[in-house]
Design a protein around this ligand. Structure first.
Ligand code: AMP
Ligand code: MG
Length: 317
């Protein structure tokens, strides 16, 4: 169901869930201050209730009503908002963002999206929008309206059209008391760019240590298609689909092999824009596995981001 921005705003005011475009991926949005609306997001996605949501606001000024910004958090917001950066900061008790949207945590994840449609929508609303990616929990993120229909059917209201400009989820940085700024999830805003701006290295959270798992984007299996995923392949097996990168094709490839190429010229930015839609397209052909060629090149942070998503896609559920 396609919508205009005022129609989407009306539905959201009524406590309904609406899929919305952002520059990263499509989001499944609802009023972050309304527990019943937030419960619908978790139910629709099948998302575990311990996995908190990002709340989207129109400006840093609005964000400060919901979170407590230290100097570093404010600097990052001033430099990189609006954009694909999520900041995890202490929850401001004056905020109306409900506990369920934060999975009961004393912190809150906030982002100011740059997508013009998301901006226009947020300007019409008197509350923040909690919005995880518009896909079933653990599945490949939605970067086109047809992905949302594939996961939720055609009754879910969808605002916007076309592919998400960046195609990959936001970079998540925590700025919490008594710990250095920490990269919780790599994303389109590159860690090296943030480090250059701050003049200091970011700490990295280690997904392999469950005790430090404070961001479920770090869960081992996530962003995963139905088919098993094989990484860094040098040879294609019978029945597999190929996700290629760069100009060549691996041995074992034939005219019958379902094939998509992330970037024939080996451009990592193009690869990130195509990643989820190509994974979904190959998965729809029910291959025995999706075989992914090695990625390489610059910038290093983009390669790190893509490896992060691919490793999770390849981890058995
Ligand atoms: P998504 O699943 O695409 O909605 O991504 C949201 C990401 O933000 C997940 O990795 C969440 O765990 C993370 N996140 C949201 N709120 C918090 C929080 N308060 N503390 C740490 N991570 C958070
Ligand atoms: Mg997600």
């Amino acid at each position: 169901m396609a919508l205009s921005t005022p129609q989407a705003a009306t539905l959201l005011q009524q406590g309904q869930v609406v899929a919305i475009p952002t520059e990263t991926v499509y989001g499944l949005a609802a009023n972050a201050t309304n527990p019943a609306a937030i419960a619908q997001i978790y139910a629709l996605k099948g998302r575990p209730s311990h996995n908190p949501l990002i709340s989207h606001v129109v400006s840093l000024q609005e964000a400060e009503k919901h979170g407590v910004f230290n100097q570093i958090a404010r600097k990052l917001a001033q430099l990189f908002w609006p954009g694909p950066l999520t900041l995890v900061v202490p929850f401001n008790p004056a905020s109306g963002i409900c506990a369920d949207a934060r999975a009961g945590l004393p912190s809150v994840a906030l982002r100011v999206p740059s997508h013009p449609t998301a901006q226009a929508l947020l300007r019409e609303l008197p509350f923040p929008l909690a919005a995880p990616s518009a896909n079933r929990s653990g599945h490949v993120s939605a970067t086109r309206p047809e992905h949302i229909v594939a996961d939720f059917g055609d009754t879910l209201p969808i605002l916007g059209e076309g592919p998400s400009p960046l195609g990959i989820e936001s970079t998540v940085i925590s700025c919490l008391p008594n710990s250095p700024p920490t990269l919780l999830r790599p994303g389109p805003l590159l860690a090296e760019e943030i480090e250059r701006a701050l003049g200091q290295p970011l700490a990295h959270s280690h997904a392999s240590q469950p005790a430090t798992l404070h961001s479920p984007g770090q869960l081992a299996s996530h962003y995963a298609p139905k088919a098993p995923v094989r990484l860094n392949i040098t040879q294609l097996h019978a029945g597999e689909a190929l996700l290629a990168f760069g100009p060549g094709l691996p041995p074992g490839h034939s005219a019958q092999t379902p094939t998509q190429n992330l970037s024939p010229s080996g451009n990592l930015l193009e690869a990130s824009q195509n990643l989820y839609s190509m994974l979904r397209a190959l998965d729809a052909q029910n291959p025995t596995a999706i075989a992914i060629m090695p990625l390489y090149g610059q910038p290093a942070g983009m390669l790190q981001t893509l490896h992060n998503r691919l490793t999770r896609a390849a981890t058995p559920k």
